[in-house]
Design a protein around this ligand. Structure first.
Ligand SMILES: NC(=O)c1ccc[n+]([C@@H]2O[C@H](COP(=O)([O-])OP(=O)(O)OC[C@H]3O[C@@H](n4cnc5c(N)ncnc54)[C@H](OP(=O)(O)O)[C@@H]3O)[C@@H](O)[C@H]2O)c1
Length: 426
């Protein structure tokens, strides 16, 4: 049966959900897409619909109501999910998407939950040709697409000299507040003891039957990154983002010929927080803060205290805070003979809301627009943004206000590098 909606926004009444519903109403108008909004509360959905730039249909579905979820996924080509904690609200929705051949994307950063979804649904989704693509917000597109972009650019520049890329480091700078929903999710993870599961397994999301990628330990202290002024300090998102990139690496590895130049699984991906000051105390202070955050995500008692005092679900930073925030990533790719290529990601607006919605919209349009979907690889299953969207998403991001670029046209060559190696030109 033909599906009625090109796209349904689920969790549309939450803090990020409202922003997504507004943005999707605007873009769907421009692209002639038929959309619906969905959630558990009809009254809230009706009030929201009245504020949108165009009329949209409403589908009511509580997260455990399988009948209502099936009704939704049978009528939708794509569900965009913003109802979190996802481990709590997404399991039946994802199962229903797989069953009813409905593509799915979300903004989760809950890697352990997605590990469970891979085990439960990857094979069936592959058989049915359904794409389940989590991590399409600030977690983890700048990491995953950034890694893919840097490797792509490396290969373009170094193919002739055959210098393989050994390592890609990503250093984050962020400004913005926390959403109540994000804190609720962190509390939920702490209660379930999921942080330990994540930190114990560096290749948590990789299929053990596929070639495993090169995986370095999570950083516990600041370090110097060759080619970059300043330092990299431990970053609380790194244990999630690195696992996502490693899943991409292992998925790509199964497609690559054994002798492919610079096989993606051999490249060590690492990330941290960028600290400009050379004062070691500055880095140590940040490490300590992040260590405390890490402890918080492991401690049930601390989580209970935070639950009492933190902003509640449904709330988030002020408009001013969201608009004045930003997300910036500096990438450094290093070759086996010491060459360096630097790149940059920059998005105006806070990471958790403005940037997340911007990234999510473009990921969704890769699937929702026929002309874009046709350019995507055939791949289906529980995928990553880089593996599923590749250059199609990179082009859309660049065209829609996200900076993704190679920093400098000059590749710094060391004495060890062959003299006929490339002097990279952009
Ligand atoms: N990737 C990223 O960078 C990123 C950025 C921001 C947020 N997030 C994650 O996204 C999630 C949402 O964040 P948020 O700030 O929007 O949270 P929020 O404001 O608390 O929204 C939660 C949503 O879940 C819905 N919900 C609650 N119980 C439900 C149920 N039983 N059935 C169906 N829906 C239910 C809520 O509906 P009602 O309105 O009816 O209560 C609301 O729509 C969080 O997990 C957060 O960690 C990720």
């Amino acid at each position: 049966m033909p599906k009625k909606y090109d796209l349904t926004v689920y969790g549309a009444t939450g803090f990020t959900g409202v922003q997504a519903a507004r943005a999707f109403a605007d873009v769907s108008q421009r692209h002639g897409l038929k959309i619906a909004i969905s959630g558990r509360n009809h009254e809230k959905l009706k009030s929201l619909a009245a504020t949108l730039s165009r009329p949209v249909d409403i589908l009511v579905a509580e997260s455990t109501d399988k009948k209502a979820l099936n009704h939704l996924t049978k009528q939708s080509k794509l569900v965009v999910n913003l109802a979190g904690p996802f481990a709590k609200y997404a399991p039946h929705l994802i199962a229903s998407c797989v069953e009813n051949r409905c593509n799915y994307i979300d903004i989760t950063g809950e890697a352990t939950f997605i590990g469970e979804m891979i085990e439960l649904h990857h094979q069936q989704a592959q058989k049915s040709g359904v794409r389940i693509i989590p991590f399409c917000g600030f977690d983890s597109i700048p990491s995953d697409i950034g890694w893919y972009y840097m490797l792509r650019e490396w290969r373009k520049r170094f193919l002739h000299s055959n210098e393989a890329c050994q390592k890609i480091s990503a250093l984050f700078q962020i400004r913005g507040g926390f959403n109540g929903g994000t804190i609720a999710t962190a509390i939920q993870l702490a209660k379930e003891g999921k942080a330990q599961v994540l930190s114990r397994n560096l290749t948590l999301l990789c299929d053990p039957n596929l070639p495993l990628p090169n995986a370095g330990a999570d950083w516990i202290a600041p370090r110097k990154i060759k080619g970059l002024e300043g330092y990299g300090a431990p970053f609380f998102m790194a244990p999630i983002n690195t696992r996502v990139v490693r899943r991409s690496q292992s998925l790509f590895a199964k497609d690559e010929l054994p002798l492919t130049f610079s096989p993606s699984r051999d490249v060590l991906y690492e990330e941290g927080l960028y600290v400009k000051e050379s004062v070691p105390a500055m880095s140590s202070a940040i490490s300590t803060m992040l260590f405390a955050l890490n402890i918080f995500s492991r401690s049930k008692i601390l989580a209970a205290v935070v639950e009492k005092i933190a902003p509640k679900s449904g709330s988030g930073p002020s408009e001013e805070n969201m608009n004045s925030g930003f997300a910036k990533v500096s990438y450094v790719a290093t070759g086996e003979r010491g060459s360096i290529l630097q790149g940059k990601f920059r998005s105006e607006g806070d990471p958790g809301n403005r940037t997340t919605i911007k990234l999510l919209i473009q990921a969704a349009l890769c699937l929702a627009l026929d002309e874009e979907r046709k350019k995507l690889p055939e791949a289906s299953g529980v995928l990553t943004p880089a593996y599923a969207f590749r250059d199609v998403l990179i082009d859309r991001l660049i065209e829609n206000g996200v900076q993704l670029s190679i920093d400098s046209p000059v590749v710094k060559l060391t004495a060890k590098t062959k003299p006929h190696g490339p002097t990279a030109s952009d």
